[in-house]
Ligand binder design. Sequence first.
Ligand code: FAD
Length: 328
Amino acid sequence: MIGLSAARALRDDGFAVTVYEQHSVGTRLGSSPGRSRIYRTSYRHDDYCRLARRAIDEWMRLDPALLLRNGLLEHGRGVDQHAAVLERCGEQYSWLEPAEAERLFPEARFSGPVLWTPDAGAVLADDALARLRLGVEVVEGARIADPSQLEADAVVVCPGSWLSRLYDLPVYGQIEQVCFFRGAPDSRPSLVDHGGERDDRFWYGVVSPGVGYKAAQDGARKGPFDPDRRDRPVLSEVVDDLRGHVAEALPGLIPEPVHQEACLYTVTPDGDFILDQIDGVVVCGGDSGHAFKFGPLLGRLCADLAQGRPLPPECDRFRADRFAKAVT
Ligand SMILES: Cc1cc2nc3c(=O)[nH]c(=O)nc-3n(C[C@H](O)[C@H](O)[C@H](O)COP(=O)(O)OP(=O)(O)OC[C@H]3O[C@@H](n4cnc5c(N)ncnc54)[C@H](O)[C@@H]3O)c2cc1C
């Protein structure tokens, strides 16, 4: 996602661009395949909220049809902090009673106040990759061992979970497992349940047109997973937990998944992305499971950095030297 977005931004700036991909675009071994991802401006930090707004502008420029503006219903721990961020950043939001939220999502059940953001919903992920790829030269099956050896005016490296194979950064790939359930139309909002005292797990859901309603527990299996493994396993315990959660929180869905899949997050110690120059090339990654929505913006920012343009102040948190600072 990020690599193709950077390629497109550089192409828009007049460069002749070549993308090298070790497998194929949208490989199921990477982080970007699938029908959909959540997009939202609701975040715990103003920086992400502002960047998400700029990302929506980039999506609209790319193709408004890639965003399904179904809205987002959020509840659980820390959601009031999200509301404060939305307020400071001038984003539209409102608080709903459980019954009002259930009118927007009749197959779901809520027990407390729910935060509603209307400009949120789903990004059509596979469609976005296909759209970004149009007109960009891609060489598939080409694994780059040392990006600094490429002959080019600018090199941008966006290797997803292979980031720590190329750079000495404290990041790792982590498997994320999702299931798809039938029973809700494709117009339903996205969901984030931040957990609470009774259950501190973080759950999310989003429509996946043609497949079902996608639901998952974020980070159900924490810890490193070797990205060079050829499998992306879905554990039956994770599916069982999810089935139980769906029966309780989304009782209008059929709790037996129609499809299940897994792909990788690239986890950083603080959950923030990496966007910086290292050894003379632009490096972007460390998506920590939430970068798809920012894709076209991160691509634009990679292109800017490659051409010596300053990044917005919100990107200070993405500097690679923050890890070195943390240990000294
Ligand atoms: C199950 C799941 C749910 C998610 N849900 C959301 C969500 O709701 N909202 C959201 O915003 N984000 C979400 N994300 C995160 C989002 O999908 C990722 O942040 C995003 O796809 C990361 O894209 P990327 O380009 O960094 O990585 P990738 O898509 O993995 O791309 C990196 C590519 O680089 C290639 N590569 C690596 N090394 C080399 C090399 N040396 N030479 C050549 N090629 C190389 C790889 O093969 C790979 O194709 C989710 C992720 C997962 C797995």
